[in-house]
Design a protein around this ligand. Sequence first.
Ligand SMILES: Cc1cc2nc3c(=O)[nH]c(=O)nc-3n(C[C@H](O)[C@H](O)[C@H](O)COP(=O)(O)O)c2cc1C
Length: 367
Amino acid sequence: MHTPICDLLGIEHPIVGFTPSEHVAAAISRAGGLGVLGCVRFNDAAELDEVLDWMDDSTDGRPYGIDVVMPATIPAEGAAIDLDQLIPAGHREFVEQTLARLGVPPLPDGSRPTDGVLGWLHSVAREQVEVALGHPARLIANALGPPPPDVIASAHDHDMLVAALAGKAAHARSHVAAGVDIVVAQGYEAGGHTGEVASMVLVPEVVDAVGPGIPVLAAGGIGSGRQVAAALALGAAGAWMGSAWLVTSEYAALSPLPAVRDALLAATSSDTVRSRVYSGKPARLLKNRWTDAWSDPEAPEPLPMPLQNLLVAEAHQRLMASGNPEVIPMPVGQIIGRMNEVRPVADVMRSLVAELDDTLGRLGGLR
Ligand SMILES: Cc1cc2nc3c(=O)[nH]c(=O)nc-3n(C[C@H](O)[C@H](O)[C@H](O)COP(=O)(O)O)c2cc1C
């Protein structure tokens, strides 16, 4: 199935896969989609540079993209230590008490506490963009709206397309006015940061709002070829998928913990929640004893981005290391309910494309 977005991005299938894992991203690109590497986890620009070198060598000359999380408004910044001082003591006590109540052990001896996701800081995201501009990435996507005008201009100078996620038609319109080439319409069902409008309503709304010159990728709730076909039927140029790749064999290179895999495989479509616990902005996560603790009427309100992640960063490390699938802190969308076995990326892509073709054939036969 070839659509105009395939020509624009230089890919075979209209399927774009966001993932924090370079192994998954490279496998998506090799399988004929566009793998987009989430860069937010790279606090160190040199490490990202090495990983992009690896991507350049591991994608068989096929295109790939990168994704940053650059807030549209720049929060007060400083060294992590300054930001730390903005975190109220009561919030820290709540986190410690909750970990104790959930029976979460301290970090194993020798593990270094994480600094938190500094990629949510504007300055760090900018460094990531600088690194990416030195690589032949085809697309740069921003999770939180259009990147600043100079970043868009530099990307275009380097022959990179710019995409931005939108959860509302009005946001999509302003992204396009800011110079974005592709809009990712991200519905309520999606994993990670997400708005309040479901994909079925949002996608055609965004397609109509931006007009025929701007391709729209549908995101949120896509995990099968039938859902890719539905995205095309809604007017999207293709699909942008995130959660489905979490249960691929390649993902284990980034997250080898059996508790994570078990939690994802066991989750049903009802086992996610939209919450500010992870980053300070509403994001869909696995619903479990950790997220439930924050819904308690006695729990404090999550802090704004980027403070909330700095608050919970070490707790998240401990929850992950605890080996308990019931407390895993994990962004994931409702489609996780259909992801019930671990498969290689190439198999997932083959099934998506085969079911997409079958569906279009079936629909073409209806008159
Ligand atoms: C584990 C995970 C992490 C994510 N992190 C980011 C991110 O850093 N930047 C971003 O633009 N989107 C992020 N997302 C959202 C995805 O890009 C994608 O839009 C979303 O997963 C699509 O919905 P789906 O989960 O139903 O496939 C993340 C999603 C997941 C599941």
